[in-house]
Unconditional design. Sequence first.
Length: 507
Amino acid sequence: MSKNNNQDPVPVVEDPNELIAQLQAKLDEIKASGQQPYPNQFKRTDYAQDLQTAFEGLSKQEIDENPVKTQVNVAGRVMLNRGAFIVIQDMTGRIQLYVARKELDPEVLASIKSLDLGDIVGVSGYISRSGKGDLYVHIEEIQLLTKSLRPMPNKFHGLADVEARYRNRHLDLMTNESTREAFVIRSQVVSGIRQFMLNERFMEVETPMMHPIPGGAVARPFETHHNALDMPLYLRIAPELYLKRLVIGGFEKVFEINRSFRNEGVSTRHNPEFTMIEFYQAYADYHDLMDLTERLFNQLATDILGSTELTYQEETISLKAPFARISMSDAIAQYAEGFDMAHIDDREYLADYVSNTLKQQVKDVFGAGKLKTIVFEETAEHQLRQPTFITEYPAETSPLARRNDDNPEITDRFELFVGGRELANGFSELNDPADQAERFRGQVAEKDAGDVEAMHFDEDYIEALSYGLPPTAGEGIGIDRLVMLFTDSASIRDVILFPHMRRKVEQ
């Protein structure tokens, strides 16, 4: 056993099964002594970080000379055992416990000596500060609340293996402070979005997660089956068509923070189950939503990060309004090497560029709008580092967006890109039922031609639209990707507590 300042009560054992057996033996001893191994009577009154903050400005002398000792009850998991000092961790952070050997009963000292890393304890005592300046709780009483029966990850480096962190998030949260901070920020982002929308007089709603017809986005759905009704259902790919029904019904400003599901590949940007906010506002257009998005991002960054400037993957990103706004055609002109803008709407030229320059597949069903979108995605999208709204998306690739009054080949739609990633998609809604039916038929033709992500024809939605959708704008914002930006996370798996993983193959 190597010697260091952080001595473990349990000897270092090469065989993890032997260590597990030792921990189990300790639990058996507790049971044999007649003690309750999992008591539930301890009442915590204080949290580690609250105490650190409350006593931050007080010296050891000032604390000790107070005629009334500050009594506290803290609880948490044992993270370090340094003999005279034990470090525990609760939901707010860490605090030290001082073991005054000459003051404690032998039984208490024995129970302290038997503690292992990972055990959960409850402690009563009073606050003081060490000669090095560290705040601690002077132990008067200590109780084992839960015995850990598995060895903790390496106490110096935490859980370092990336795949192990994703598969064992409970261990990752125990040992990696950066992971805990990331998910605290995620919680703040979600609550901040909710409060912003409520302040803007939007109403929060809930819509079905199982749909008879998948719709609201171009994506491949997950399929399931309802046994009692004997009917196929699809996990929602977006709540859009239900939310717009609510606007038709008179709820003119609605939002839903929702889980959606898309049966697509897994990557650093994609998880099949993801979180987004989708919202709709009557008597507004896509320009209004771009303005609202700028205000939202500004407020979230200021409230959570303290600044509209942040660092993402060693690159400085400014979320200060206004964001750049350029058309898709202008983005292609700026970033597509060797592209002749005189042929921006020429299908034959676009098809040749996509096939021969970009080496992407071209299908007969692809029109000029689809090919133009491919050119943008392959040449410009990843180069949009600072917040940029891309506008004027082709109608062919925007089946739910309103056509532009001056040019019916494009729509009043935008996508917001930050750090080369799409974070938001919004548009003035298509409220002409005849036009919507025609778009759906175009999607069905693409599906029949082999596009598994194309939309179905939703007759119920067309009927609802026929009752009259007021002029409306709607938007979806990917919360996972926004949290990636706020936490400087390279992978979407770093900001999803339990990301989807391929099943481990037993050896």
